[in-house]
Design a protein around this ligand. Sequence first.
Ligand SMILES: Nc1ncnc2c1ncn2[C@@H]1O[C@H](COP(=O)(O)OP(=O)(O)OP(=O)(O)O)[C@@H](O)[C@H]1O
Ligand SMILES: [Mg+2]
Length: 266
Amino acid sequence: MADLFFGGIDVGSLSTEAVIINSEEQVLAEVVLITGVNGSEAAQKALNQALELAELAQSQIAALTSTGYGRASVPFATGKTTEISCHGVGAHHLFPSTGTVIDVGGQDSKVIQIDDRGHMLDFSMNDKCAAGTGRFLEVMADRLELELDELSNPAYITGPSTPISSTCTVFAESEVISLLAKDTPREQIVNGLQRSIVNRIWSMVVSIGIHGEVTITGGVAKNQGLIKVLEEKLGQKLNVPKNPQTVGALGAALIAKRHHSDSTST
Ligand SMILES: Nc1ncnc2c1ncn2[C@@H]1O[C@H](COP(=O)(O)OP(=O)(O)OP(=O)(O)O)[C@@H](O)[C@H]1O
Ligand SMILES: [Mg+2]
């Protein structure tokens, strides 16, 4: 019998991801693109690139689930699922002992408790305020004339930190401007900003509690400074996926596969 293929597309506020898996749940291709102004164009482009990598045609995809805030703008999706479900299923697939998922994306952050099959039991979410999301770090990196990659520089992880007292992104940006005017070293400011965002994430962690291993997903998991500060606060190591931005799309592809086998087995 010919192998079956499944797709997942995650249209996020900053990035759009496509993942293709086979019926053995092996990842054949994964792509990350900037979403830009047109989510449906980004979705099609990400899928096309993933199909090219996997050497497949779109007609060979048996089912495809879309997720992310732009999940409604994926016309070729055969199903839609929330990001919370997808990050849970994706994190469980990569790290089966995961009990808690922390997803920090560009626009929102969430702490999700999952069961031993990756299904959501409880969650806490911040989508009201940029503080505590990746956007906060984007604004600050821009103000400090740093690339996002530079936030992982060890100098910004180990040195002393300057506390950032404002909880609002706009006020915190003004605070950074005054600190720069006072010649405060950039390393200290970045360190302070990492601690500030971790404190925001922490309040969600406290409301859900820590269950089992903790896996971090979303683009902010590429920020090694933040990982270190969060691990210190948690008192345990985090599972960090190789491609943290594609975990939601991976979960979506796995969900597409499950829905497809449920519909064909009845
Ligand atoms: N190389 C990098 N180093 C450090 N941080 C990064 C890097 N790349 C992205 N980020 C962070 O990841 C964030 C974007 O994460 P992600 O791509 O998961 O967002 P998204 O899924 O589009 O957003 P959302 O899920 O909120 O709609 C950025 O705001 C930034 O803070
Ligand atoms: Mg996302």
